[in-house]
Design a protein around this ligand. Structure first.
Ligand code: ZN
Length: 336
């Protein structure tokens, strides 16, 4: 990230917190330890770097913002600043050696009395050893140290660490920022609406992109729906042949049910609104076709059937049975 990206991202995604921290710094009230909690992409690292730049910048603007151009600002975002250390997971976890390195770096230069900052990205990935080592450091920091722990999942952070930090919840992404993050993951724009219907977490979308699970699921649900629209009984068999292999765990099973719901919500949308914004825009033709010959009460019965799938899942009815039975019920309702 460049200096200007840090400033722009913080200003656009976390303006309130940015202003708040500028005020806190002005009043000399910066705490020693913060935990920034928020979803992927909300700008946790940018905010931490921004605050750090604000503390070191040699050329503050008239609004007390870091300039983004001086040597200090540049070295911070280049991760080359001697008094600022950023730690990221080494592989899957943050290991105790990384925390030891941090301590030794800070003890070397601690005598100079400079203010020092460290930022731990994905802090929930600290091993127990690393977390305990960090805990001692936060309790008795050497000299003037400010720490930022960043996490997407504060439930995985040791309570003893949370109790020693000031927890700051970052705002979730606005619709347009969420879509900008989706674009970075090469999600196609036709999938934006569906994805924002299904999740607000970029990290979840990232998981769904693995092995093209998302694309395969959208395609399986679309195929199933088109068979139903054509009153083709092979919709029943499509559950076993196309859908079941995608339902690899409980959360994905849930998502597929939500996709089935979403495409019937599109039918509702097609029937009762004039400006359509479909979850499944590529199926617009069959969605409108069904909307033309289904009535309101049929549609409501279908949505109720799909909603009850979640309840059946909760009482451990087999997933395949649930979807097959629901398919038959939907076809029966449409033919009634
Ligand atoms: Zn500067």
């Amino acid at each position: 990230m460049t200096q200007n990206q840090v400033i722009t991202e913080t200003d656009s995604k976390q303006k309130d917190l940015m202003d708040n921290f500028l005020r806190v710094i002005k009043q000399n009230e910066l705490s020693h330890s913060y935990l920034f909690s928020g979803e992927e992409g909300v700008g946790k690292l940018s905010l931490a770097l921004f605050i750090t730049m604000r503390m070191f910048c040699q050329n503050l603007t008239s609004e007390s913002m870091p300039c983004g151009e001086c040597d200090e600002c540049r070295r911070i975002t280049d991760l080359q600043h001697p008094d600022v250390i950023v730690i990221k997971p080494d592989g899957l976890s943050i290991k105790v050696d990384q925390i030891r390195y941090l301590k030794s770096e800070f003890s070397k230069s601690g005598l100079e009395g400079n203010q020092k900052f460290f930022i731990i990205c994905d802090a929930e990935k600290m091993t127990t050893g690393a977390a305990n080592s960090l805990l001692k450091f936060i309790e008795e920091p050497m000299g003037n140290v400010v720490s930022f722990l960043l996490t997407t999942n504060r439930n995985l952070i040791l309570p003893t660490i949370i109790s020693r930090t000031q927890v700051v919840e970052l705002n979730s992404l606005s619709r347009s920022d969420f879509e900008a993050e989706l674009a970075k993951l090469s999600v196609t724009p036709s999938q934006y609406k569906l994805l924002s219907r299904l999740t607000n977490r970029i990290s979840t979308v990232q998981e769904w992109q693995e092995d093209e699970w998302l694309a395969h699921s959208i395609s399986a649900v679309s195929h199933w729906f088109n068979l139903i629209v054509d009153n083709d009984i092979t919709a029943f068999a499509a559950i076993k042949t196309n859908v079941m292999s995608l339902a690899s765990d409980n959360s994905k099973k849930q998502v597929i049910i939500n996709m089935l719901l979403s495409i019937f919500e599109d039918v509702l949308d097609a029937k009762f609104t004039s400006e359509h914004n479909f979850n499944f825009p590529k199926q617009a033709d069959s969605i409108k076709k069904l909307a033309n010959h289904v009535n309101k009460s049929q549609l409501i019965q279908i949505l109720e059937e799909l909603l009850s799938c979640n309840k059946l899942m909760a009482i451990n009815v087999s997933y395949k049975n649930i979807l097959e039975a629901t398919t038959l019920k939907i076809m029966r309702i449409l033919n009634s």
